[in-house]
Design a protein around this ligand. Structure first.
Ligand code: HEM
Length: 451
């Protein structure tokens, strides 16, 4: 990370993201949305976007503003844009949630919330794409992990474009037949581009670098990694470009989805081989909590793919699509996100506080900013609760699901408290905490240039 500035607003993105996750788990505990309501009900849409945009997308954006410059060893195109971008995304999310509440008859004002959400979220995500896109464009030729990020960002553009069209059609603003067709047939493209392309493909790219960095393993650039990149990109192109073409030409979107699914599974097989290799080739003998919990999340991803294949073979996929989406969102993406967040917050806080005085005075190690034995309990509780919740969905036991959601909420709040303690340097021995020249970090933004 030396030579790269700390992203000023990344901590604000992380804080907003964790609050959205806590809110979403509280909504599940309260029994609002799926499985208490049908998966396509407005309450379920509200819950899905609180997780997909509020938690996962804000987390990913905050991480990428810090991480893309590290990947390409160049400064972020603009360090001032992320704050207004965050404002647009949060306002847009609020409008989208209110729009869904309006569809469900929970909110009764006549204000056009869905079209407002389309404008605000469209603008916010365009700024994300502009800022990261300019940073990546200036750094060509790109290293492999950055190419995964490019694939993820193209998928984000497609997700947002479809989402904006849906919102305009549902909000009654767009009535052109072509757009109504997109809203009628485009949902699988929106979902796969969002969960599979933007969130999973980007996380895969980031994981190659972060796992190698935090476990001291060699960077992978070989045939399997290239294969994963090309197969994944082909899978996403099949679903997004092929699916859009099918809608325009009155073809079958599900053919494009099936081809994309096969290519996607082949991509994940190669990725799995790479990850096993990374864990085996690591130089750090003692695997830290973040890498252990990331391994659980990766195993969950493999199990989710296997479950999807079994359900498809049994002809039951459509009945249980909600379980698969739940597992992708919570067992894989949220598990991986929380595990990496635990390390990244410690690492960035350490760099911010002690980077400037390194070598000049005694400083703590990154690991001194965390108490892994305490945090491990909360991660274990989180994962066990997610597995129970998934089983409850498969067995149609809504009460069990709500209890498990309560346990997920408790575990997440506890992990949130651990993150605050790290940021506050509360785990560092008092004699090492604030040597001369070190200022305590601000909770929500960072302010140091590393030379
Ligand atoms: C950024 C990542 C996003 C992800 C991962 C995502 C995911 C999803 C999922 C899984 C559904 C289906 C939910 C269900 O049937 O219960 C959905 C539907 C929908 N999404 Fe998104 N979404 C994202 C962004 C957006 C954005 C930015 C907008 C609006 C500007 C949007 C608007 C909608 C609408 C209106 C629907 C309902 C479509 C219908 O039922 O006709 N989404 N999204």
């Amino acid at each position: 990370m030396v030579g790269v500035a700390l992203s000023r607003w990344t901590m604000s993105y992380f804080a907003a993201a964790v609050m959205a996750l806590i809110a979403a788990e509280a909504v599940m505990l309260a029994g609002i949305g799926y499985p208490q309501a049908p998966i396509a009900a407005p309450e379920s849409l509200l819950l899905v976007h609180l997780v997909a945009i509020g938690w996962l997308s804000l987390l990913m954006c905050g991480a990428l503003f810090q991480f893309v410059p590290v990947l390409v060893v160049r400064p972020l195109h603009s360090d001032t844009l992320p704050l207004p971008t965050l404002g647009l995304l949060v306002a847009g999310l609020a409008a989208l949630l209110l729009g869904f509440a309006q569809l469900g008859g929970i909110v009764q004002t006549p204000f056009a919330f869905l079209p407002a959400a389309a404008i605000l979220l469209g603008a916010g995500f365009t700024l994300v794409l502009w800022n990261l896109g300019r940073t990546l464009w200036a750094a060509r030729p790109l290293p492999l992990p950055a190419r995964f990020v490019v694939g993820g960002l193209c998928s984000l553009a497609a997700t947002v474009l479809f989402g904006v069209i849906f919102a305009l059609v549902l909000g009654g603003v767009a009535t052109v037949p072509h757009l109504v067709d997109v809203a009628t047939f485009g949902l699988p493209i929106h979902v796969i581009a969002g969960l599979g392309g933007w969130l999973t493909f980007t996380a895969i790219g980031v994981s190659y670098r972060l796992l190698a960095m935090f476990m001291l393993a060699p960077e992978l650039e070989g045939r399997t990694t290239r294969g994963a990149l090309y197969l994944g990109a082909a899978a996403l192109a099949a679903v997004i470009v092929g699916g859009a073409a099918a809608i325009c030409l009155a073809g079958n979107v599900m053919t494009a989805v099936a081809i994309g699914g096969l290519l996607g599974v082949a991509c994940l097989v190669l990725y799995g081989r790479d990850i096993v290799h990374l864990y085996r080739a690591r130089k750090r003998r003692v695997v830290e909590l973040n890498s252990r919990m990331a391994a659980v999340a990766l195993a969950n991803l493999a199990a989710t793919v296997a479950l999807g294949i079994v359900l498809m073979a049994a002809g039951r996929f459509t009945d249980h699509v909600g379980v698969v989406v739940f597992l992708v969102g919570f067992a894989w993406l949220t598990g991986f996100g929380l595990a990496k967040l635990y390390k990244i917050v410690a690492f960035l806080t350490w760099l911010e506080c002690y980077g400037p005085v390194l070598g000049k005075t005694a400083t703590p190690r990154v690991q001194d900013l965390v108490t892994e034995s305490r945090a491990q309990k909360w991660f274990v509780l989180y994962f066990v609760a997610v597995w129970i919740a998934a089983a409850a969905l498969l067995l149609a036991q809504p009460w069990l699901f709500r209890s498990a959601a309560g346990a997920m909420l408790f575990a997440t709040v506890s992990i949130g408290v651990e993150l605050m303690r790290t940021r506050r340097l509360a785990n560092v021995a008092p004699n090492l905490r604030l040597p001369k020249g070190v200022r305590p970090p601000h909770l929500l933004h960072s302010s140091v240039q590393l030379g």
